[in-house]
Design a protein around this ligand. Sequence first.
Ligand SMILES: [Zn+2]
Length: 676
Amino acid sequence: MNILIDHFTTNYNSAPFDLIQNKDFKPAILKLIEDTKKEIDAIVTNTAQPTFENTIEALEFSGQQLDRVTSIFFNLNSAETNDEIQKIAQDISPILSEFGNDITLNNDLFKKVKHVFDNKDQLNLTTEQSTLLDKKYKSFSRNGANLPEDKKQELRAIDKQLASLKLKFGENILAETNAFEMLITNQEDLSGLPEGAIEAAKQLAESKNKEGWLITLDYPSYIPFMTYADNRALRKKLSLTFGAKGFNNNDYDNQEHVLKIAKLRHQRANLLGYKTHADFVLEERMAQTPEKVTSFLNELLEKAKPAAEREFTNLQNFAKELDGIDVLEKWDSAYYSEKLKQKLFNLDDEQLKPYFKLENVIEGAFLVANKLFGLQFKKIETIDKYHEDVMTFEVLDDNNNLVSLFYADFFPRPGKRNGAWMTSFKPQYIKDGVNQRPHISNVCNFTKPTKSKPSLLTFNEVTTLFHEFGHGLHGMLANTTYPSLSGTSVYWDFVELPSQILENWCYEKDALELFAKHYQTNEVIPMDLVNKIKESATFHEGMQTLRQISFGLLDMSWHGTDPSLIEDVKAYETKAFENTNLYPEVKSNCMSTAFAHIFQGGYSSGYYSYKWAEVLDADAFEYFKEEGIFNKEVAAKFKDHVLSQGGTENPMTLYKRFRGQEPKPEALLKRAGLIK
Ligand SMILES: [Zn+2]
């Protein structure tokens, strides 16, 4: 008897956490993989003509219980894990990825999918069906299913090389990071550092049996030192070492790897019929083409650069006045920025926290969702939880129909990974005429209450809560037929719109009045504090924007052109940075050789999406501001055309339906104070 194998008979069909035993996962998943294989075999061996229903839809709805069980399992592995769960994860992850590969490499299955795809025009499909068909077809074709056998082999060989190069790239950065440590033995050299950073440096030294204080290239050590240490020579040393990772002509040098990765990606794209790697990637993005991304970045650059240059001059003057610095260098950037920020705003978390009691902020997020979308959140105790800290809610619409279940898991504990995220235990979909409502979860790591004090959030935590809640609403309000197109299953450069737009309400007087009340006096947060928050949030926004744009342009220059003639990584990079430099060039440093986001992780041809998403959320929120931040009609449009639609259509089409036009960068530039 394994509870995971069959359809759950719990309240709301919710995950039966109280009955699940860890030892059930692996046998259940193995059994469910076998069941899914049988479902797929049935599609392949069906002797009837392939149709949308017997092939595409059947494929879409295969393996549903497997998906539920794996999502429960991996959610637990993130939020409530232990050695046993981690061990199971190591066992089943390769099995699951091999199973996934078996499907995309299944030629007989592809033939059926292709038959449906080739006859698409005669099928009279709905828009959503047509999107699903494209998506299924591309999951094969983008992996080489259309290639002749020898080219397929070539593709597999490239993939194999790329996988090991990416691994090596990451290992080298790690090795360079670990190879360096700066031992400080003179206490004066710690001048400027906050207590916590000094303590951490001391502990690190002790852990390695050393006298003094140890500074490393790991972010928790590196960032505070660069931001606060008064000793300029040590900042310089640390910065130069950090910036030279993978560029030291030693065993861990990444120059060759950068060139090889860029060239192999280009070759792979060509093999599949795309002009460049960026063309390949962007086919499945809202931005669609490299030209669009590059012109997007250049337009932003043109508008942000004057502000960035102004900020740079101000910072330069400030450093000159304060410490007689003649030439502001990269290793001065964080240090003087922080000093100037303190001088201008003198704003610290302790002033704000009393206004943001966790319960009030949650209530605030619920109220905003109520005013916009008519949602009601009712606490329920009738479903299982995986930990006693988890709160569970029934989400109802204004006719008391169930919209979703909502799990909120807000406090850190051993077994929960860092950060904040939204996830689901069950997707939304419509099958056999029944609209299956989703089970959505937000997981965060906020400060726990103590005996004497409730949980009081920093402002950053408040926006994090709204951000994840925005992703949550995208999941909760989903209303599509197919689970793989539902909720947050959208193109990657569109997924941050619902989350980022929600953060905007945290800066609005009319919204803050609802929930930002002092936990002892109930006094609403004073507006001058709110204005300070707003101003400090856009401090040095010009320079930040320029920096983000420079990384986006570097990414596009590596992936949006034919790299076969590039020989010198540094020279190539210098050219890509030509229009975005503020600080004097550092010859011994190179960004590309440690740019793990694009050479190791999944951000190749995708770095622009940080700014892209900001443009979207600012432009969309501008619409709310024009009509009122709680305007029901704008909210209804946002729900009907964006939140409920998931990935059923191209996001640009959805967006235009909501906004009446394509997004423009002006709202972002205005919000950031870069243009008037
Ligand atoms: Zn997000």
